[in-house]
Design a protein around this ligand. Structure first.
Ligand code: FAD
Length: 641
């Protein structure tokens, strides 16, 4: 197939859509190839029905069984969702290690942990137009200025706890750009995506406040707010209290001119328990489809080809000249790229690295260029995350009965604080980097989500919750819901993970997807300093619940980091980053400062894989801001600004 597009973008999520939005409006011709379908919110359909279902279980049908030879969980049951790949068709494989019944690693006769492989859908964001931004909780925090220069911040420090080999100082890199470079693009995302929130009290300078106002917080969040205020009086910044702020959310709360999306007359009615983890039938959660792509859908110079999975890139010299993909019927197609056209890979980190590695296996020239050093797939990052949660009790009553709230009348988060991102906090706790803390209002707002998060399990392991807690039958189940439903409050942290070369994305030697392509193999571990960081942050989250008087009994507060979960090595917070870091030195990075692969003239990678460190907050705001920055660069290359 001959094409005439100036730019071809693979993937329509956070890393791809901003580039399409900017370039199409500037008159460039753009094609997006997207693996998933287009699901419309109800305001865009003729019959007023959305393609997204308010289906808590999120399943496409009946229970299935994993049938992947040599996987430790072969034979386990699972449900597949309508926006994630079927586990049997397209597994991600991750390496884990045997644990005993006390959740401790088993050790072989040589003193080594005993590895095994498991199939999972962890690390797929969402396979639909909009990608992960269709399912996300829409928490849209900026990174702090410090997040961009952690190499400089940590240079020469001798106070870092649990870093015996000096990994932090050896491995961490400053970003090739600063906070100030990205600030105008953060503003652009806030306007075009339509973020609500408040900027005062954030540890990040804002040149412009949010244009959209937050909705009223759910009453249960008041405990978190009070706790954050009290903690901020203890964890001061240069002697000044650190106050909480309303969590920035990509939810349209007022009529939004850039997307044309209008809100209901009573804007409080937009709250629902179906924000985090679900597609939003109302189209008020601002996915990249709602805010960035549907506004350009009728432009003559824009095409979106859905249900098209790109399987390979090919090159002639330094130019990617062919894109090989499967069309909606599964037929292989080859797209010839016109001279001068630009290719953007934005498939989400794991799938982008996999696509580049598969392309390298198929072409010696592609291999030589993309693997000009050994860094592709290395320094894979997620986040350190975790927190504290408790049943909120009526402390004015002698029986301390639980207080019940309707948490489904909420958005994902109401309050956040930066009190654990100050230099004072980091230095006094021997930490290399900081993070954000926010309350997850909608966490466990619905019965199945309550069950699902009990025991920290995830979608493909949902039944483990009920298998491993035998109290959850009959009256035990009734009591469980009575005690926990609408009574629990959680406070979470999201913080930087130490960048390690050994944390990596490879191609699995034997497991293949339904098209015969090698699956991604995720090899990662937590660094001892990550564990120190997660313990420190989880303790602060516990303090917030105590200081906010959600509960006055420490024993009733569960706290911890994700490293404690049974499947801790697989859990990645839905945040997949790194693996193709950008930089200024071709020997030390996969991409240049503009996210162009060093040895290619027209190949860019703009999803979360460009990040050299994962940042102290949820990543989408930064991925989108960076994509707008790259779009400006492309306009200068193509001639447009
Ligand atoms: C349940 C959940 C909650 C989350 N909550 C938050 C949150 O509150 N805040 C936050 O900041 N982040 C959150 N995230 C993460 C957020 O969604 C991601 O950080 C973000 O979407 C990543 O952007 P991306 O461009 O890397 O990938 P995506 O946005 O996922 O886009 C990748 C796109 O590429 C397509 N694709 C993949 N492979 C191919 C191929 N071979 N050919 C063609 N197309 C392909 C995919 O179908 C997808 O549409 C959440 C994610 C999930 C799943």
């Amino acid at each position: 197939m001959e094409t005439d597009f100036d730019v071809i973008i693979i993937g329509s999520g956070a890393g791809g859509a901003p580039i399409a939005n900017r370039l199409v409006k500037a008159g460039k011709s753009v094609l997006i190839l997207e693996k998933g379908p287009l699901f419309l919110p109800q305001y865009q359909t003729n019959n007023g029905l959305s393609d997204f279902k308010r289906d808590e279980l999120f399943a496409t049908g009946a229970e299935k069984q994993i049938r992947i030879p040599n996987m430790d969980n072969n034979g386990d049951s699972y449900y597949s969702s309508h926006v994630e790949p079927d586990l049997n068709d397209e597994p991600h494989v991750y390496r884990d290690f045997r644990k005993n019944s006390n959740n401790e690693f088993e050790i072989d006769e040589n003193g080594n942990r005993i590895p095994f492989d498991k199939a999972t859908i962890e690390g797929y964001t969402a396979q639909v137009v909009g990608g992960g931004t269709q399912l996300y909780g829409a928490v849209h925090l900026r990174f702090t200025p410090l997040d961009f220069k952690l190499q400089t911040f940590n240079a020469g420090r001798t106070d870092l706890i649990d870093d015996p080999n000096g990994d932090v100082q050896r491995e961490v890199r400053d970003w090739a750009i600063s906070y100030d470079d990205l600030e105008p693009y953060y503003v652009e995302v806030e306007e075009l995506v339509g973020l609500n929130g408040t900027s005062p009290n954030q540890l990040k300078p804002f040149s412009q406040d949010f244009l959209q106002k937050p909705v009223e917080p759910n009453p249960i969040s008041g405990f978190a707010k009070t706790g954050m205020e009290e903690l901020g009086k203890i964890l001061t910044n240069n002697g000044q209290p650190v106050e909480p702020y309303r969590t920035p959310l990509a939810v349209i709360t007022e009529d939004h001119a850039p997307s044309g999306r209008k809100v209901p007359q009573d804007r409080e009615t937009i709250k629902s328990g179906y924000y985090n983890r679900y597609g939003d039938p109302l189209g008020l959660k601002s996915s990249t489809w709602v805010s960035l792509l549907s506004p350009i859908q009728n432009f003559d110079n824009f095409q979106l080809w859905t249900n098209c999975v790109v399987t390979n890139l090919d090159c002639q010299g330094s130019r990617v000249d062919r894109i090989i993909f499967r069309d909606p019927a599964g037929k292989e197609r080859i797209l010839q790229v016109k001279s001068g056209a630009i290719i953007i890979v934005a498939c989400s980190t794991i799938e982008s690295v996999r696509l580049l590695k598969l392309s390298a296996e198929a072409s010696a020239e592609f291999d030589r260029r993309i693997n000009q050093n050994d860094l592709l797939g290395k320094y894979f990052l997620t986040h350190c995350f975790g927190g504290a949660e408790t049943i909120v009790r009526d402390l004015d009553r002698e029986d301390r009965r639980p207080l019940r709230f309707d948490k489904s009348i909420s958005l994902d988060s109401d309050w956040a604080t930066d009190c654990c991102a100050t230099e004072d906090f980091l230095k006094s706790n021997g930490l290399w980097a900081g993070g954000a803390i926010y309350n997850n209002t909608s966490d466990q707002a619905l019965p199945i989500t309550l069950g699902r998060t009990h025991g920290s399990q995830d979608l493909d392991t949902i039944w483990n919750v009920f298998n491993s807690d035998t109290r959850l039958t009959g009256q035990g189940m009734v009591d469980f819901f009575d005690e926990n439903f609408g009574t629990r409050l959680s406070v979470s942290f999201m913080a930087n993970q130490v960048a390690l070369k050994t944390n990596r994305i490879e191609l699995h030697p034997t497991v293949k997807d339904k098209w015969g392509r090698k699956s991604a193999y995720i090899v990662k571990d937590w660094h001892p300093h990550d564990i120190h960081l997660m313990k420190t942050f989880a303790e602060q989250c516990e303090e917030i619940l105590l200081l906010g008087r959600a509960n006055d009994n420490r024993q009733e507060i569960e706290e911890g980091g994700i490293y404690l979960a049974g499947n801790a090595l697989a859990r990645i917070a839905n945040h997949i980053l790194g693996g193709a870091r950008f930089g200024t030195d071709p020997k030390d990075s996969v991409l240049d400062i503009n996210c162009r692969a060093w040895e290619f003239e027209n190949l860019y990678v703009t999803d979360g894989s460009f990040m050299p460190t994962s940042g102290g907050a949820n990543p989408t705001h930064t991925i989108e801001a960076n994509a707008f920055r790259i779009a400006d660069h492309l306009l200068s290359v193509l001639g447009g600004i």
